[in-house]
Structures are given as structure tokens and as C-alpha cells.
Unconditional design. Structure first.
Length: 404
């Protein structure tokens, strides 16, 4: 692998280092904290909260239970808007259980004071999405979720809706992440194809996906792995009416108390029941080099009656090996059918990665040196469940991993 390849696109027209355009890498995020563009009052932002291309955001001291979700308008603040919508204030300092299908709103510890040319975007952490916990950030005077306009100064609020399981949370817990960026950062389809040729982003059976098989349309499509014999676990289906999951406990729960295994039908297909949450696996191994950041796009209405992923960040270094020894890593996909039962088949494209230039290569990469919970993982279940000795890791391609 050449130096240009390991930089993830240095020879492909990426913004020059120091030119100001791109997603902030870890070293720039540390500078943003020092300049108090991102601050937390009396709470210190710990070094481990800074990821390769994002900052973990933490829950504040309380949550409002709401009768419905909402967005503020350009002339209102979040707290003005919740008058008449909030009916209970829940203390999170010693921990509290959030009920299924109830929207809650939590003021986050971190606040922003962004320069006029810096914007931000938020997304749920990997463990949050894979527990079917729907989260999104809202800000004062803005009518879009998870989008923070350039120059914003003020508080951040997190809407939390547990879907499949009730959850226990407490002050300081991190359920989502924030990215900062300047300028135009999205890679065009032409740049994606060129990068695949120089420093492959997708692998199949340990080989780079050839250009003729690469599916791009304002991003890079991933397909499902539903291959194998009828007794192979290709995914998991959430059980209803399980006990709450304490999000501060790691490897604490038996997966079989919360999930049913999913097996493929003949021909490599699975019928998804409506409004049931599934965890499935990408057929492709994904490799995100140091100069690139990625985001899983939340929903593509052209893919059918299917929500094919909560939006989520893939950090620089996901599935990446500077020695070239790792042919990418497969990603866990969070899937829910809408309204009617829906059949999905092996290698069916179901979700899309948006790729973005970094302002500079990240000095810290996703992996074991950061304590990343899912580097090299062989199941798509979240870190809260016990390790498995067998599961959905036996198909062609690299061992599955999941983001953040």
C-alpha cells in the first residue's frame, strides 16, 4: 500500500491539509475543546471522549418525559417549545428507567460556541442503535434533527425513544456523538470509484470489490449477508417484553433473554415481520482509511418498506490495517420493516455509506488502542450482552465489526 493510499485519497483531490475544509480529526477536536467551541461547564471533557472523528456527548442530570416529539422553529428555544408537552421530570443522577416507546428529552452536558464557518452533526453511538434506542439531537431555533448550523452557540438536547427494550440510564452516560466540519466534505461518486481503485473501501471474500460490481449513487451501497445453511445464524430479532437493559453494564446480559436468532430460508432470504427490530450483517467488508470519515445514511425510501439503518458514524480506521493485512470488516445493520412483512435476500443492497474527506488524517484511529468495543467482534450484538462462542460470523468475508 502506497503512502497516498494509506492517507485515504491524498492523490484524489482531497482538500489540502490545513486548507480548512473537511471533517475535524481527533487532534482538531482537542483544539476545539481547548478553545471552548465545545465545553461542559464544571464537567471536564475526558480524553477518552474524543474519538478519531467525533466527540462523545453525555447525558445531563434529568430528562423530561414528553407526550410527543417536536422540533423548535427559528423563533423559539427548545425549552419554550416543551411547555405543554413535558409531563414529568425524571432525575438521572442515580439512574432511571426510560420506558419503551416514550419520547424523553435530556439536556446534554456539552454546549457549543461554534465559529461562523464550523458546523456540526450528531449521530447515535453504535451500542445505542443496536439496542434499538432511537436518539436525535435538537438545538434552539433550528428545525432539523441532528444538524447543528454553523456558528451555533447554545445548549444541546437529546431526544431518546427506547423501542424494543426499556433502558436504564444515568448522568454522564454517552448515547450519541458529535462531528465538526468546515466546507464541502462529501465525496462524489467519481471520487468514491477512484478511491476504491487506489485504496479499497469495500472487499468481498478478501478481495476488493471490482468497479463493475460497485453500487454508488450519492454514496456507497452495502448489501446483506444471508448466505449459508438453514441452521446458520444470520441475524437476531428483538424479543418484546424483556427486562430493562442497564446501559452502564458491559457483557452483563444473556443474549437469549432479549433476542431470537434468525436463520435463512432456502435461497438465502429472510422475511422481516413488520415493526420488529432485526440485526443483520453486511456482505461486504468495509475499510475506512485515515483520511476518510463515513456516515451510514438512515433511510432510503427507494429500498422498499424498510428502514435499513439508524444513521451512524464510521470513524477513520474502521476495518483498516496500515499493513494491508485486513480486508475490511463487515458492519452490523439495524433493520425494521414498515407496515407489511418484507422479504430481503442475500446480496440485496439495503443501506448506503456517505463518505467525507477529513480535514487531515486522524492521529487516533478506530481500534483496540482506543478501547473500541467492536474491533474484531464476531457478532452484531451490542457490548451489553455476553460473548458468544458461535453466531453470525461464519460466512464469506472478513469477521464482522460494528462502529463506535
Amino acid at each position: 500500500m502506497t503512502e497516498a493510499q494509506s492517507a485515504g485519497g491524498a492523490a484524489l483531490g482531497a482538500p489540502e491539509v490545513g486548507a480548512g475544509a473537511g471533517v475535524f480529526p481527533s487532534q482538531a477536536l482537542n483544539q476545539a475543546i481547548e478553545r471552548e467551541w465545545v465545553s461542559s461547564g464544571d464537567y471536564r471533557i475526558r480524553p477518552e471522549a474524543v474519538q478519531p472523528a467525533s466527540i462523545d456527548l453525555r447525558l445531563g442530570d434529568f430528562a423530561w418525559a414528553l407526550r410527543c416529539s417536536f422540533l423548535p422553529d427559528v423563533n423559539s428555544t427548545v425549552e419554550e417549545k416543551i411547555e405543554g408537552l413535558a409531563f414529568q421530570k425524571v432525575d438521572l443522577r442515580d439512574g432511571a428507567v426510560l420506558e419503551r416507546d416514550r419520547p424523553y428529552l435530556v439536556p446534554l452536558i456539552e454546549e457549543l460556541a461554534l465559529p461562523g464557518d464550523v458546523r456540526a452533526k450528531a449521530n447515535p453511538k453504535s451500542s445505542t442503535g443496536r439496542l434499538d434506542v432511537f436518539t436525535r439531537v435538537i438545538t434552539d431555533g433550528h428545525h432539523r434533527f441532528d444538524d447543528v448550523r454553523a456558528g451555533y452557540r447554545g445548549r444541546l438536547y437529546l431526544e431518546i425513544v427506547p423501542r424494543s427494550f426499556a433502558i436504564q440510564v444515568k448522568t454522564g452516560l454517552s448515547l450519541n456523538q458529535l462531528r465538526l466540519a468546515r466546507g464541502e466534505v462529501r465525496l462524489s461518486d467519481g471520487k468514491i470509484r477512484a478511491l476504491q481503485a487506489e485504496a479499497p473501501l469495500l472487499y468481498m471474500d478478501s478481495e476488493p470489490v471490482p468497479d463493475a460490481e460497485l453500487a454508488v449513487s450519492d454514496g456507497l451501497f452495502l448489501s446483506l449477508d444471508l448466505s449459508g445453511p438453514a441452521d446458520r445464524t444470520v441475524g437476531y430479532r428483538a424479543k418484546k417484553n424483556s427486562l430493562p437493559v442497564d446501559l452502564s453494564r458491559i457483557r452483563a446480559y444473556r443474549w437469549s433473554d432479549y433476542w431470537d436468532p434468525v436463520y435463512p430460508e432456502q435461497g438465502g432470504r429472510v422475511v422481516l415481520e413488520p415493526e420488529i427490530f432485526y440485526l443483520l450483517l453486511s456482505a461486504e467488508g468495509v475499510c475506512i482509511p485515515p483520511r476518510i470519515a463515513a456516515e451510514m445514511m438512515a433511510y432510503d425510501p427507494t429500498a422498499g418498506e424498510l428502514r435499513t439503518h439508524y444513521a451512524g458514524f464510521f470513524d477513520p480506521g474502521f476495518g483498516y490495517d496500515p499493513r494491508g493485512g485486513r480486508p475490511g470488516s463487515r458492519a452490523a445493520l439495524e433493520v425494521r420493516a414498515r407496515d407489511v412483512s418484507f422479504m430481503v435476500e442475500h446480496r440485496q443492497p439495503v443501506c448506503k455509506l456517505g463518505l467525507e474527506w477529513m480535514e487531515a488524517p486522524a492521529e487516533r484511529l478506530y481500534g483496540a488502542d482506543l478501547g473500541s468495543n467492536y474491533q474484531g467482534q464476531v457478532t452484531m450484538l451490542s457490548k451489553h450482552f455476553e460473548e458468544q462462542t458461535a453466531g453470525a460470523g461464519g460466512a464469506a468475508g472478513a469477521p464482522p465489526e460494528t462502529r463506535g
